[in-house]
Structures are given as structure tokens and as C-alpha cells.
Write a protein that binds this ligand. Structure first.
Ligand code: HEC
Length: 159
């Protein structure tokens, strides 16, 4: 390898690492509990974005697109698997604009069961979405899943 190329590569590498460090430190002043609240809210936000699009298709507010539907249902399912760890961080029970009710930790087993059911329902949604020929095909599973959002929010999320 010639010297110039080596220097360039080293430079790029340093730049990459530099950028990565900047991203990692972007939240340098946030404590772990604060990050955990942001993390789980971010995950729910991503879920709502993608789930909302499925809902729009079901309601006929968005044209049916089999590929988009399958992709969005997949994303929702993947995200549901990331939620629980955001609630496991000690100190994230209150503050930092969390809307989680204390019941999340008081009734931990029930909350965890709700998250498991959520994963299962969205796995089924993703499965049905894969072969859907119209939005009608996912309607029932969409509604069952939407009911889980509502039930859990009633018990575990502030309005
Ligand atoms: C098993 C419980 C549970 C289920 C199921 C659930 N959520 Fe939530 N959700 C919560 C809790 C708890 C919070 C509050 C998180 C916080 O603020 O720390 C939340 C927060 C949210 C937020 C606010 C995120 C933000 O930006 O602060 C949105 C949006 C949301 N959920 C949408 C949904 C949708 C859509 C579904 C269903 C497809 C769903 N949730 C299913 C428990 C649940």
C-alpha cells in the first residue's frame, strides 16, 4: 500500500471513529434513566408511525400497497421486541417526562405479559400482511392489535 493511500485510510478511519464518538456523546448530559425513557418513547413512536399507516390503509385513507403493508407490519413487530428493556432501567420509573404509570413496576408481571401479547399479536399481523391481497385481509388482526394498545394504555400509561 502506498503511503498516501495509507494516510487517507487512516484519516477516514479517524473521521469515522470521530463521528461515532460524537453521536454516542450527543446525549452526554443525559443519565441512563433519562435515556431509557427516551428510548422506550422513541420505540413506541416508531411503532405508532408504522402502525398508523396500516390503520390508514385499513380505513381506506391510504391506497393499499402489499409491499408497504408487509414492511410496516414487520417493523412494528421488530420494535415490540425492543420495548421491555427500556422499562428495566432503575430510576426510569418517574421524571424525564415519562408517561408510564407506577403500575408498570407495581404490576410488573402483568405489564410484561401485555408486552408479550403485543409481540405475539404483531407477529401474527406481520404474518397475515405478508400474503394480504387487500387491506381487508389484515383488518381483523389490525383491530385485535389496536385493542391491545388501548387496553395497555388504560392500565399503564398516563393520558
Ligand atoms: C403492554 C403495554 C403497551 C402496549 C401494548 C402499547 N403501549 Fe404504547 N405505551 C405504553 C407505555 C407504558 C407508554 C409510556 C412510555 C413512557 O412515557 O415512558 C407508551 C407510550 C406510547 C406512545 C407515546 C410515545 C412518546 O412519544 O412519548 C405512543 C405514541 C404509543 N405508546 C403508541 C402505541 C401504539 C400505537 C400501540 C399499539 C400498536 C401501543 N402503544 C401499545 C404501553 C403500551
Amino acid at each position: 500500500m502506498n503511503k498516501r493511500l495509507k494516510t487517507t485510510l487512516a484519516g477516514l478511519l479517524a473521521l469515522g471513529i470521530g463521528n461515532y464518538a460524537t453521536i454516542a456523546n450527543a446525549d452526554e448530559n443525559a443519565s441512563l434513566p433519562e435515556k431509557a425513557v427516551k428510548y422506550r418513547q422513541g420505540a413506541y413512536f416508531v411503532i405508532a408511525w408504522n402502525f398508523g399507516a396500516i390503520g390508514a390503509m385499513v380505513k381506506g385513507e391510504m391506497p393499499f400497497d402489499a409491499k408497504v403493508l408487509a414492511e410496516k407490519a414487520d417493523r412494528v413487530n421488530v420494535m415490540t421486541k425492543m420495548l421491555i428493556e427500556g422499562f428495566e432501567v432503575k430510576g426510569s420509573e418517574k421524571g424525564y417526562h415519562t408517561e408510564a404509570k407506577p403500575e408498570v413496576w407495581k404490576d410488573w408481571e402483568k405489564f410484561k405479559e401485555g408486552q408479550t401479547k403485543f409481540q405475539e399479536a404483531t407477529a401474527k399481523l406481520a404474518e397475515v400482511a405478508k400474503t394480504a391481497a387487500s387491506a381487508e385481509d389484515v383488518k381483523a388482526q389490525f383491530q385485535d392489535t389496536a385493542k391491545l394498545c388501548k387496553d395497555c394504555h388504560e392500565n399503564f400509561k398516563e393520558d
